[in-house]
Design a protein around this ligand. Structure first.
Ligand SMILES: Nc1ncnc2c1ncn2[C@@H]1O[C@H](COP(=O)(O)OP(=O)(O)OP(=O)(O)O)[C@@H](O)[C@H]1O
Ligand SMILES: [Mg+2]
Length: 299
């Protein structure tokens, strides 16, 4: 369990996070989304005990230990946004260092190296690693202990599709075993695949907490459909503009906004007007517009 109660963090005169209240239960995965500088890292670091609240509280685990209490270290595992390890150490040495620090059994080093697909590179020095390999090593370190709370700050930022698939499987497994997972991301794909709920942080304020299904439905309703047509004569085009409100022409394509549920009717109207459909694609609404909408700006 992770429980933020009116968590507030100020850096000098700057209010980074303003009275955030959020409770994440065991076995639950919550994604933290928001624009750059909105307070995601500050929030996740507060749960890891690395940022001391200016006011409010953050408690972790079954016995609700304050995140800054040293005993809370054994309850959580934290992946920083910017992972850095000494260049001269090998991947295996890095993992061994953290394994001893966390008092994890020796056999675990090979397990996490294999999980991170670093078994080949475990003997290479970290200085020779690519960005994605360093991120995988960071995840391997975070996965060493079987901690009840996983705090992951942009865990997928540098992962390739293979790394992503491995990461998703791992989070699924931890969730099944009752872990509480709290991660930040700029990728809707991570949220869609992993999260039960999504917390939106905009300019330090918790703008909304929605289920993933609600987020996807709302974005789909704010999306648009592009339908490619075989060359249509002017009469056919005019007929379509009349029967499909809000339609725009871009080259050979007709672009229609509106809820996903209206799209079959649009396709019917195109055909009824004599249009010959040669292809189509639909786009979800964009997160940036959604953030603005949540705080009452122009969508
Ligand atoms: N140590 C610090 N000292 C002063 N200001 C800070 C400090 N850490 C963060 N901030 C400020 O607090 C705000 C929130 O930063 P934070 O890193 O939490 O954002 P974020 O949502 O994680 O952004 P990003 O998506 O870019 O990672 C920013 O305005 C940032 O400049
Ligand atoms: Mg951040």
């Amino acid at each position: 369990m992770i429980h933020f109660r009116a968590f507030t963090k100020r850096y000098g005169g700057h209010l980074a996070v303003d009275a955030l209240t959020l409770r994440i239960e065991p076995g639950e995965v919550v994604a933290l989304l928001g624009p750059n500088g909105s307070g995601k890292t500050t929030t996740i670091k507060a749960a890891a005990g690395l940022v001391r609240p200016t006011s409010g509280t953050v408690v972790l685990g079954a016995s609700a230990l304050p995140a800054t209490d040293p005993r809370a270290r054994t309850v959580c595992s934290f992946l920083p946004q910017r992972v850095a390890f000494p260049d001269a150490l090998t991947g295996r040495e890095v993992i061994e260092f953290y394994r001893r620090l966390r008092g994890v059994p020796a056999g675990r080093t090979d397990v996490v190296l294999k999980f991170a697909s670093l078994n080949g590179a475990g003997t290479q020095s970290v200085g020779t690693y690519s960005g994605g390999m360093i991120q995988r090593l960071g995840l391997a370190v975070a996965m060493l202990p079987d901690a009840p709370a996983l705090l992951l700050d942009e865990p997928t930022a540098a992962l390739d599709p293979d790394g992503l698939a491995t990461f998703y499987t791992l989070v699924d497994e931890r969730r099944r075993r009752g872990a509480t997972v709290f991660f930040s991301s700029h990728q809707l794909g991570d949220t869609e695949r992993l999260a039960d709920r999504v917390a939106f942080l905009v300019a330090g304020r918790l703008a909304a907490v929605l289920t993933t299904a609600e987020v996807l439905a709302r974005l789909a309703d704010r999306g648009s459909m592009r339908v490619r047509l075989a060359a249509a004569d002017t009469t056919t085009r005019t007929r379509m503009m009349v029967t499909i409100p809000g339609a725009r022409w871009i080259g050979d394509e007709i672009v229609v906004g509106g809820p996903a549920s209206s799209r079959p009717a649009v396709l019917d109207a195109i055909r009824a007007a004599g249009g010959e459909i040669t292809g189509l694609c639909s786009e979800e609404g964009r997160l940036d517009a959604f953030y603005r909408e949540l705080v009452g700006g122009d969508a």
